[in-house]
Write a new protein. Structure first.
Length: 54
Protein backbone atom coordinates (compact mmCIF):
# COMPACT_ATOMS: atom_id res chain seq x y z
CA UNK A 1 0.00 0.00 0.00
CA UNK A 2 2.83 2.38 0.83
CA UNK A 3 4.33 2.03 -2.65
CA UNK A 4 0.97 2.78 -4.24
CA UNK A 5 0.58 6.04 -2.37
CA UNK A 6 4.21 7.13 -2.84
CA UNK A 7 3.88 7.52 -6.61
CA UNK A 8 5.76 4.37 -7.59
CA UNK A 9 4.76 1.65 -10.01
CA UNK A 10 3.76 -1.50 -8.11
CA UNK A 11 4.46 -5.14 -9.00
CA UNK A 12 2.76 -7.67 -6.70
CA UNK A 13 2.96 -11.43 -6.65
CA UNK A 14 -0.16 -13.48 -6.12
CA UNK A 15 -2.05 -13.21 -3.84
CA UNK A 16 -2.28 -9.42 -3.97
CA UNK A 17 -4.17 -9.31 -0.67
CA UNK A 18 -5.95 -11.44 1.85
CA UNK A 19 -9.31 -9.67 1.64
CA UNK A 20 -11.00 -7.84 -1.22
CA UNK A 21 -10.90 -4.52 0.64
CA UNK A 22 -7.07 -4.63 0.72
CA UNK A 23 -6.90 -5.19 -3.01
CA UNK A 24 -9.45 -2.43 -3.69
CA UNK A 25 -7.51 0.02 -1.50
CA UNK A 26 -4.24 -0.74 -3.31
CA UNK A 27 -5.91 -0.48 -6.71
CA UNK A 28 -7.45 2.89 -5.79
CA UNK A 29 -4.18 4.26 -4.38
CA UNK A 30 -2.30 3.37 -7.55
CA UNK A 31 -5.07 4.77 -9.78
CA UNK A 32 -5.05 8.10 -7.94
CA UNK A 33 -1.26 8.35 -8.28
CA UNK A 34 -1.43 7.66 -12.03
CA UNK A 35 0.96 4.72 -11.76
CA UNK A 36 0.72 1.09 -12.84
CA UNK A 37 -0.31 -1.89 -10.71
CA UNK A 38 0.82 -5.20 -12.17
CA UNK A 39 0.23 -8.66 -10.71
CA UNK A 40 2.77 -11.36 -11.47
CA UNK A 41 2.57 -15.07 -11.03
CA UNK A 42 4.77 -18.05 -11.65
CA UNK A 43 4.00 -21.21 -13.49
CA UNK A 44 5.52 -23.77 -11.18
CA UNK A 45 3.73 -26.73 -12.74
CA UNK A 46 6.06 -28.38 -15.28
CA UNK A 47 3.31 -30.34 -17.05
CA UNK A 48 1.32 -27.19 -17.74
CA UNK A 49 4.42 -25.30 -18.86
CA UNK A 50 5.25 -28.11 -21.28
CA UNK A 51 1.70 -28.09 -22.69
CA UNK A 52 1.87 -24.32 -23.23
CA UNK A 53 5.12 -24.65 -25.19
CA UNK A 54 3.60 -27.32 -27.43
Amino acid sequence: MEAGTSGKHVLCEKPVGIIVEEVDALENAVAVSGRVLQVGGTRARPAINEAIVM
